[in-house]
Design a protein around this ligand. Structure first.
Ligand code: PLP
Length: 396
């Protein structure tokens, strides 16, 4: 039976990790997969998470099933974190939500919901966007279109072109926006640009689909929620897929949230039942463990403060690494001005070099990142930054 299946090319990012592992160069550098790394190159368990694990071990009394909706404490905590504690939308009972298996699970549940609403719906994604958006949304059966987002030649957002496309989007179309720390470019909308996106969303009556996977990694937990909150507070309907993989460091535990902001509380109840039935039909219920940890952290004041400071540390470290890279490139005689890297946000940067240059730096200097020139900033450290800068300059 299975011989009819076509051969699939390996996932480029996983292939890159495998090539990195096999490389025997002691000075090899991995800037590929998007996980946070500390100065030693490790992805440690956050101290707030370690403490929550101990608490959970002492208090958990059963491993019986949870519900398709997931942990209500987790959902409430996450909604307060994303929307703000005193969000008028939360107070007016217009939010349906489920705990999902990671941000990916949330993206998929919401895509399935969109299909149930209109199986001809078009989803507009930024060009470029995170590669996995395409299979996650497309496999649900939705059509994907692109709006211009980033210009490699100028290393900046093509905001006018983006707006021109959004002005032609039809009523009922869906527009996927990265809440913060755009993956792969690291180029985020300014608050003033979000204000303009709100106006065009009102005018065209499209549905914003906000993917927020790096809250706190850009400028701060509240600062990074500016666009998300603006749209949610000023539009009748918005959908949100959130991930706890990066900011809680809970990658393998698969923790995320799918939320739907509806026009009124009657529609909220309908949407709630629908997303629960979608979850039931795919994986029945989310894994419990990671959501329980996030619930403990967000509900406990001391633990919450500790987590906030850990997020702040990760963010500040990545900003320092950006500055270190730009400085080292300059000092090693780069003919290209990389100062735009300092303005990009979160874990990723587009270096805006060609795929040929990316391959050359990989082959000659064992520096691994994807052909688009996206680098994981957290893979840089004091030890490797000079080697990295010299390698990059040598291929420019
Ligand atoms: C833009 C974006 N959205 C969503 C996700 C989903 O993450 P996860 O499913 O690991 O929570 C990621 C992870 O890399 C991402 O970069």
């Amino acid at each position: 039976m299975f011989e009819v299946l076509p051969h699939l090319a390996p996932d480029p990012i996983l292939g890159l990790s495998a090539a990195y592992r096999e490389d025997t160069n002691p000075n090899k550098i991995d800037l590929g997969v998007g996980v946070y790394k500390d100065e030693q190159g490790n992805t440690p368990i956050l101290s707030s998470v370690a403490k929550a694990q101990k608490m959970l071990l002492e208090t958990e009394t059963s491993k019986t099933y949870i519900t398709p909706q997931g942990n209500q404490g987790f959902i409430d905590g996450m909604l307060s974190l994303l929307l703000g504690k005193s969000s008028p939308v939360l107070l007016s009972d217009r939010v349906a939500a489920v705990q999902a298996p990671g941000g990916c699970g949330a993206l998929r549940i919401l895509s399935e919901l969109l299909v149930r609403c209109n199986d001809n719906a078009k989803v507009w994604v930024s060009d470029p966007t995170w590669a996995n958006h395409i299979p996650l949304i497309g496999s649900a059966g939705l059509k994907i279109e692109k709006y211009p987002y980033f210009d490699k030649a100028t290393a900046s957002i093509r905001f006018d072109a983006m707006m021109e496309t959004l002005r032609q989007v039809e009523k009922g179309d869906v527009v996927l926006l990265h809440g913060c720390c755009h993956n792969p470019t690291g180029a985020d909308l300014t608050n003033a640009q979000w204000d303009e996106v709100l106006e065009v969303a009102k005018e065209r009556e499209f549905l914003p689909f906000i993917d927020v996977a790096y809250l706190g990694f850009g400028e701060g937990l509240d600062e990074d929620a500016y666009g998300l909150r603006l749209l949610i507070e000023n539009l009748p309907e918005v959908i949100v897929a959130a991930s706890c993989s990066k900011n809680f460091g809970l990658y393998r535990e698969r923790v995320g949230l799918a939320a739907i902001i509806t026009e009124d509380s009657k529609t909220r109840n309908i949407a709630q039942a629908q997303i629960q039935s979608i979850a039931r039909g795919i994986y029945s219920m989310p894994p419990s463990y990671g959501g329980a940890l996030v619930d403990i952290i967000l509900a406990d004041e001391a633990l919450n403060n500790e987590w906030v400071s850990e997020v702040n540390d990760m963010r500040e470290r990545m900003k320092t690494l950006r500055a270190m890279l730009v400085k080292n490139l300059h000092e090693n005689g780069s003919p290209k001005d990389f100062s735009f890297v300092n303005d990009q946000k979160g874990m990723f940067s587009f270096l805006c070099i060609t795929p040929e240059q990316v391959r050359e730096v990989r082959e000659k200097h064992s520096v691994y990142f994807v052909d688009s020139s996206r680098v994981n900033i957290a893979g840089i450290n004091q030890q490797n930054v000079e080697t990295l800068a010299k390698a990059l300059v040598s291929v420019l």
